[in-house]
Design a protein around this ligand. Structure first.
Ligand code: NAD
Length: 260
C-alpha cells in the first residue's frame, strides 16, 4: 500500500510507536525508527523489520525534547529519503503529581516532548509534502486530549494542545493533498502505562489492582485495554488513500471512555 513512501514514527522503539512502525513496514513503507532503548535490542528490531518486509529501515536516536535534535533528525531523514511522506508524532512521556507539587522541570519536559517536538517535526516535514502534493500526519494524542484525569496537568495540557495543533495545521494544508489527524487512545497496556501504576495508586490511596480495575478499566466501557495492533491498523487506514477526506479530526480509540 505504501511502496516507495517513507514513514517516520517518533518514539517507535516501544509500545504504540513500534506497532505503528511495524504496520507501515508490513505495508511496504521505508521506515525511520526513533526513541530510546538498549542499542543491541534496537538494532535487532531495525534489522528484523527491514529483513521481514524488504524495506529500508533507519534508526535515529534523537532526543526529541531538544528542538535542535528534532531538526537534525528531520534533516537526516529528508537527506536519506527525499521526503517524509507519513509522519507519526508518537513519542511521549507521563508524570503524575498534584499540581502544587508538580516539578516545573517535569512540566517543561512533558510540554517539550508531547507537544513542542510535534510542532518541529510538522513544520519541517510539510514543505516536502507540499512539493509532492501528498502527505499524512498522524499525532498520537490521548483520550486526555478530550477529557482530564487528576494529577496529569502537564500531560492533559500537552494532549489538548496537540488536538489544537492538529486542527490548525489540517486547515492550512487541506488543499495540498496533506491530511493531519490525531488518534486519541484510551488506556493501552504499554511500558508508559505500566510505569505510572505504583505512583498513581499511591496518590489515589488504592491498591495497584484497584487502580487497574476501578480506574483504568472502569473508564472504558469495554472493560478492556486498547491493543497496540488496533491503533496501528487505524494509523495505516489514516495514511491510506481511502482516508483522503479525513482531516482535522481527533479520533478516539478508547473502548467508549469519552462517550461517557
Ligand atoms: P512507551 O513508553 O511504550 O513508548 C514511548 C516511546 O517514546 C519510546 O520509544 C521511548 O523511547 C520514546 N521516547 C521517550 N522519550 C523520548 C525522547 N526524549 N525523545 C525521543 N523518544 C522518546 O509509551 P506508549 O504507551 O507506547 O506511548 C506512545 C504515545 O501514546 C505517547 O504519546 C502516549 O502519550 C500516547 N498514549 C498512550 C496511552 C497508553 O495507555 N499507553 C494512552 C493514550 C495515549
Amino acid at each position: 500500500m505504501f511502496k516507495g513512501k517513507t514513514a517516520l514514527v517518533t518514539g517507535s522503539t516501544s509500545g504504540i510507536g513500534l506497532a505503528i512502525a511495524t504496520a507501515y513496514a508490513r505495508n511496504g513503507a521505508h521506515v525511520v525508527l526513533n526513541g530510546f532503548g538498549d542499542p543491541a535490542e534496537v538494532e535487532k528490531t531495525r534489522a528484523k523489520l527491514a529483513a521481514d518486509h524488504g524495506v529500508t529501515v533507519h534508526y535515529d536516536g534523537a532526543d526529541l525534547m531538544k528542538a535542535d535534535a528534532v531538526g537534525a533528525m528531520m534533516k537526516r531523514a529528508l537527506e536519506a529519503f527525499g521526503t517524509v511522506d507519513i509522519l507519526v508524532n508518537n513519542a511521549g512521556i507521563q508524570f503524575i503529581a498534584p499540581v502544587e507539587e508538580f516539578p516545573p522541570a517535569k512540566w517543561d519536559a512533558i510540554i517539550a516532548l508531547n507537544l513542542t517536538a510535534s510542532f518541529h517535526t510538522i513544520r519541517l516535514a510539510v514543505p516536502g509534502m507540499k512539493a509532492k502534493g501528498w502527505g499524512r500526519i498522524i499525532n498520537i494524542a490521548s483520550a486526555h486530549a478530550l477529557v482530564a484525569s487528576p494529577f496529569k496537568s502537564a500531560y492533559v495540557a500537552a494532549k489538548h494542545g496537540i488536538a489544537g495543533l492538529t486542527k490548525t495545521v489540517a486547515l492550512e494544508v487541506a488543499e495540498q493533498g496533506i491530511t493531519m489527524n490525531a488518534i486519541a487512545p484510551g488506556y493501552t497496556w504499554t511500558p508508559l502505562l505500566e510505569k505510572q501504576i505504583p505512583e498513581n495508586a499511591k496518590l489515589r490511596g488504592i491498591s495497584e489492582e484497584q487502580l487497574i480495575n476501578d480506574v483504568f478499566l472502569h473508564a472504558q466501557p469495554t472493560r478492556k485495554f486498547v491493543q497496540v495492533g488496533e491503533l496501528a491498523a487505524l494509523a495505516v487506514f489514516l495514511a491510506s488513500d481511502a482516508a483522503a477526506s479525513i482531516t482535522g479530526t481527533i479520533i478516539p480509540m478508547d473502548g467508549g471512555w469519552t462517550a461517557h
